[in-house]
Design a protein around this ligand. Structure first.
Ligand SMILES: [Zn+2]
Ligand SMILES: [Zn+2]
Length: 254
């Protein structure tokens, strides 16, 4: 399984792109960045977009990907996939003909560039060539983490979350897991902000990883660009062999 990091951060900075991961060239896990990281041909290869939640740093790229599809007369739609409240938020608050066009009706209702798909909570479901289990996590809006595997290898993706037990419980006993992609947004001195916004700090990351199997590498994403050096320094003191920062533009081969 190949995971290409299109965006590794919790917002946009000069060379820092919002969170998005392309799995096996066909499935996006979050879409904070798409068109700024993929060629048009690569964009047209995307079939599914798994969206963890409706915050802009996870969906901004979806707006422009939809436009690419519409402007290039793409042969097939992308399927935007998540749990019900996230799909509803995208329909009603983003692709609502006010913030952005309703691409589920463009170029026509019968042949649109975006289709929506709602996943059942806590159940493993087929998404393209992958199996995906969405698990509700602890964020300021309805949000899912995902357990993703291809039948042999897999990974756990936290999306945005504060401390959570459900995600780790859902992954317990699964074989073939190769990595955890875990969020961390703010340095330790902003723990009150992290608590209010429901994000992790390095100290909270340290506590979270005590809940998961010790042999699983932990790749950290979603640091806010303003705090990268400080937060990375704090993370490096946890366990530098096991806890690493996700590298933007790198492809991980699980
Ligand atoms: Zn975010
Ligand atoms: Zn968020």
């Amino acid at each position: 399984m190949k995971i290409r990091v299109l965006g590794a951060y919790g917002a946009e900075g000069l060379t820092q792109r919002p969170s998005a991961f392309l799995v096996n060239g066909r499935t996006l896990v979050d879409a904070g960045t798409v068109t700024g990281a993929l060629s048009v041909a690569e964009q047209l290869d995307v079939e599914h977009v798994l969206v963890s939640h409706s915050h802009l740093d996870h969906i901004a790229g979806l707006a422009f990907l939809a436009e690419t599809l519409a402007c290039t007369s793409a042969r097939r739609p992308i399927t935007v996939t998540s749990v019900e409240p996230v799909v509803e938020a995208l329909r009603k608050a983003v692709f609502n003909s006010v913030v952005w066009p309703d691409f589920s009706q463009i170029p026509s209702a019968t042949g649109p560039v975006i289709k929506y798909r709602t996943l059942a909570d806590d159940a493993e479901q087929r998404v393209g060539d992958l199996w995906v289990t969405p698990v509700a996590v602890n964020h300021s809006v309805p949000a899912a983490g995902f357990i993703v595997h291809d039948g042999a290898q897999g990974f756990i993706y936290s999306g945005d979350t504060g401390p959570t037990d459900e995600l780790w419980k859902a992954a317990r006993g699964l074989t073939g897991l190769r990595a955890v992609i875990l969020e961390c947004a703010f340095p330790n001195r902003l723990s009150a902000l992290a608590e209010a916004a429901k994000h992790l700090t390095p100290e909270l990351v340290r506590r979270e990883i005590d809940k998961i199997p010790a042999d699983l590498p932990v790749l950290i994403f979603h640091i806010k660009p303003q705090f990268v050096d400080e937060t990375a320094d704090e993370l490096s003191r946890i366990d530098s062999h096991r806890v690493r920062l996700v590298e933007q533009d790198k492809t991980y081969d699980l």
